[in-house]
Design a protein around this ligand. Structure first.
Ligand SMILES: [Zn+2]
Ligand SMILES: [Zn+2]
Length: 274
C-alpha cells in the first residue's frame, strides 16, 4: 500500500524513439512475447501527494498510454525537449480540454518553447491565427506555454520542481528533480555539477536514460548509466528509454549484479517516492 504522503509515478512508456518492437525488425527482443519487452515511447505520469497530476512528455503513443492507464486528469505538462518521440502526441491532449475547465499549462525551456510555437502554431500561437481565434469543429488543445528558468526552483501548482539541462548530441534536454525523485533522460552525459546536485538531494528514486550496449552520440549506454547510477546513489534506480538491443530480463540480471535496487522499468510499472 502506498502511503498518502508518497508521490506516485506510472511508467507510460519505457522505449526509445522507435518504440519496441521496432517496425520491420525480427530480432529476439522485437519478436519477444514477454510484455516487459514491449515498450511504447518514453513518458511518465506523476501523481503528487498533494493531488497534482503532471504528465511528462507527449509521445506519439500518448493516446494509447492515457487510455491504457485510465488517466482522467492532466493538471500540467512538462516537455523535456522537442524531439518527435517526446512531443508528437500533443494534439491528443484535446479531449482533456473537453473535460477540464481550465487550460493546461505546459512547462519547458526556452529552446523547446520556440520549437513548439514553430511546430504547433495552431496550439501555441492560437491568438494569432486568422479569423480572430474562431475555432470550428472540435477545436484545438487549450495549452498555455510557460518557459521555466533553469537551475532555479519553479512552482508547478503547489509543487516545487527544479529543472536542469543535459547534453543530448548537438541539442539539450531538460531533466528535473521533484522532492526525492530525479528524471534524467535523453542525454549522452551528465555534467559534474548536476551529478553533485543529484547526490546532494539523497534521492529515493532516479529514472535514467539507458539506450543500448555500444556507444551512442546522443544517449547514455548501459555501462555509462550503471556508472552514473552508482555515482548518484539513489535508493532505487530505474533504467528507461530502452532500445531493442536490451532484453528486459537480461538487463535486470545485469543491473542487479551491481545492486538489488537497480532495475529496467517497463510500461505500466508504478513507483513511488517521498
Ligand atoms: Zn527520446
Ligand atoms: Zn529489434
Amino acid at each position: 500500500m502506498l502511503s498518502e504522503l508518497m508521490n506516485q509515478i506510472t511508467i507510460l512508456g519505457s522505449g526509445t524513439s522507435t518504440g519496441v518492437p521496432q517496425i520491420a525488425c525480427e530480432c529476439l527482443v522485437c519478436t519477444s512475447t514477454d510484455s516487459k519487452n514491449k515498450r511504447l515511447r518514453t513518458s511518465i505520469y506523476i501523481e503528487t501527494s498533494s493531488g497534482q497530476n503532471v504528465l511528462v512528455d507527449c509521445t506519439p503513443d500518448m493516446r494509447t498510454q492515457l487510455l491504457r492507464e485510465k488517466i482522467k486528469r492532466v493538471d500540467s505538462v512538462v516537455i523535456t525537449h522537442a524531439h518527435a518521440d517526446h512531443i508528437h502526441g500533443i494534439d491528443d491532449l484535446r479531449p482533456m480540454c473537453f473535460v477540464q475547465t481550465q487550460n493546461i499549462p505546459v512547462y519547458t525551456n526556452q529552446v523547446t518553447s520556440a520549437e513548439l510555437k514553430t511546430r504547433f502554431p495552431y496550439i501555441f500561437l492560437r491568438d494569432k491565427q486568422p479569423g480572430n481565434n474562431l475555432v470550428l469543429g472540435g477545436g484545438v488543445p487549450l495549452l498555455d506555454l510557460t518557459t521555466v528558468p533553469i537551475n532555479t526552483p519553479v512552482n508547478i501548482g503547489s509543487e516545487t520542481f527544479e529543472f536542469f539541462e543535459l547534453p543530448h548530441g548537438r541539442f539539450t534536454t531538460m531533466g528535473f528533480m521533484h522532492k526525492k525523485f530525479a528524471y534524467v533522460i535523453d542525454c549522452h552525459e551528465i555534467p559534474a555539477d548536476i551529478i553533485q546536485r543529484l547526490k546532494a538531494r539523497q534521492l529515493d528514486l532516479l529514472l535514467i536514460d539507458c539506450l543500448k550496449e555500444s556507444s551512442h552520440q546522443t544517449h547514455l549506454t548501459k555501462d555509462k548509466s550503471f556508472n552514473y547510477a552508482q555515482e548518484i546513489g539513489a535508493k532505487k534506480t530505474g533504467f528507461i528509454h530502452i532500445s531493442h538491443e536490451l532484453e528486459h530480463h537480461r538487463l535486470l540480471a545485469e543491473a542487479q549484479k551491481i545492486s538489488p535496487n537497480y532495475f529496467p522499468v517497463y510500461d505500466s510499472l508504478k513507483l513511488s517516492y517521498a
